[in-house]
Design a protein around this ligand. Structure first.
Ligand SMILES: Nc1ncnc2c1ncn2[C@@H]1O[C@H](COP(=O)(O)OP(=O)(O)O)[C@@H](O)[C@H]1O
Ligand SMILES: [Mg+2]
Length: 370
């Protein structure tokens, strides 16, 4: 336990320029309501959909109202990328902060970019650092790391937008030679199932690729499984622990944007798995977390093939949905750690990690070089 004489001033970063802006507003509200105000002072810092950083007591309400007026999906809505990040102006107005809790999901929040800024400011922050955040966001790089660590993954192929545009038939042939239909086509670096398509034949694969390349310069095509979707919450720095697994039962054919946010998909906690499967999935979750060099938290998502029971690691989300109704905190609650205790733990982990970094040498004396 880290003992504090005075309240820790925590900058709560929320909103952001991704399709999960609204989810982030809900996550942030839950954190503000549940956090122990005898120990912490919360300084809300909202990031608008156009990238403006706002502080002040009403910022949450302001963003909530703005969100209702301008609904958006990632890569759409605000159109193309904007660059209004006015951090340099707004952070000094908050006074000194002891720690940042970036409750930001998706692009520009969960992908290492904010984390890079916080590193430059040398501020402690909750969750994965730059490299882990960025690699977890990249569905191709993360699968390559999983494979290098011997973790089970689906068959996949990756292509650049350029390759697709210049040699579409070669791309389609390569996919068909590598795996059977159905296939899943995804932009390499997005979330919330945006731009993801299930393709049951060559025509659908072509349509899926045409759409996916609109979102990213790199796309991934995966073998589509008939699988259950199992998720595990991982928490810790160098000695991470895994929660009980949960199961998502999507309301649609797959866990699409609509199934995630517009409709009620069911959650089963704990997931109905036998002991052996449970412990295997928990071990794989920790191995995946360590393979990608995560710290703090991540939700590890799996596929368990319905017919064979075979387990595949799908992805790690380094800032998963964080409302009390979200899978990540619910899995911890089911494992005996309440929402507010989870917040304490994440803050402790962030401070511990930051302290550790301060002890590392960042320069060396040329005179003593060997
Ligand atoms: N290889 C696959 N086989 C079967 N279903 C898949 C596959 N890949 C993705 N899906 C479905 O699409 C959803 C979103 O894919 P995912 O890779 O998790 O992207 P995101 O980062 O957007 O959550 C999954 O939750 C699942 O329902
Ligand atoms: Mg997913």
């Amino acid at each position: 336990m880290i003992k504090q004489d005075k309240k820790l001033r925590i900058g709560l970063l929320f909103g952001g320029q991704s399709g999960e802006h609204e989810v982030s507003l809900t996550s942030a509200q839950s954190v503000m309501q549940a956090i122990d105000l005898t120990k912490y002072e919360i300084i809300p810092i909202g990031i608008s959909k156009t990238g403006q950083w706002l502080t002040g007591e009403n910022v949450h309400q302001q963003l909530l109202e703005a969100a209702g007026e301008h609904p958006m999906l990632a890569g759409q809505g605000t159109g193309t990328r904007q660059s209004h990040h006015s951090l340099a102006l707004s952070l000094p107005q908050t006074g000194p902060l002891d720690l940042i809790f970036p409750v930001l999901h998706g692009t520009y929040g969960e992908d290492g970019k904010i984390q890079g800024l916080l590193e430059l400011l040398n501020l402690p922050y909750v969750g994965a650092e730059v490299t882990a955040s960025a690699v977890c966001m990249d569905k191709v790089l993360s699968k390559e790391v999983f494979r290098a660590h011997g973790l089970p993954i689906v068959i996949f192929r990756a292509f650049l937008q350029k390759q697709w545009q210049t040699n579409p038939d070669t791309v389609l042939d390569e996919c068909e030679a590598a795996m059977p239909y159905p296939m899943f086509v995804k932009p390499a670096n997005l979330g919330s199932s945006v731009g993801i398509h299930k393709a049951k034949n060559r025509t659908e694969l072509e349509a899926g690729l045409n759409d996916a390349v609109r979102y990213d310069r790199k796309v991934i095509v995966e073998q589509g499984l008939e699988a259950r979707e199992i998720e595990v919450s991982v928490l810790g720095n160098d000695e991470p622990q895994a929660s009980v697994p949960g199961e998502v039962i999507p309301s649609r054919e797959f866990y699409s944007y609509a199934a995630k946010y517009l409709e009620e998909s069911k959650m089963l906690i704990p997931a109905p798995l036998n002991e052996e499967q449970t412990s295997m999935i928990q071990q794989l979750a920790i191995m995946a977390f360590q393979a990608l060099d995560c710290v703090g938290l991540a939700r590890c998502d799996f596929f368990v093939e319905k017919e064979t029971g075979e387990i595949f690691v799908n992805e790690l989300n380094t800032m998963p949905g964080f409302t009390p109704l979200s899978m990540y905190p619910k899995l911890w609650a089911a494992s005996g750690l309440s929402y507010s205790d989870l917040l304490d733990r994440l803050i402790e982990l962030a401070l511990a990690r930051h302290q550790e970094k301060q002890t590392l040498q960042t320069s060396f004396d040329v005179a003593t070089a060997q």
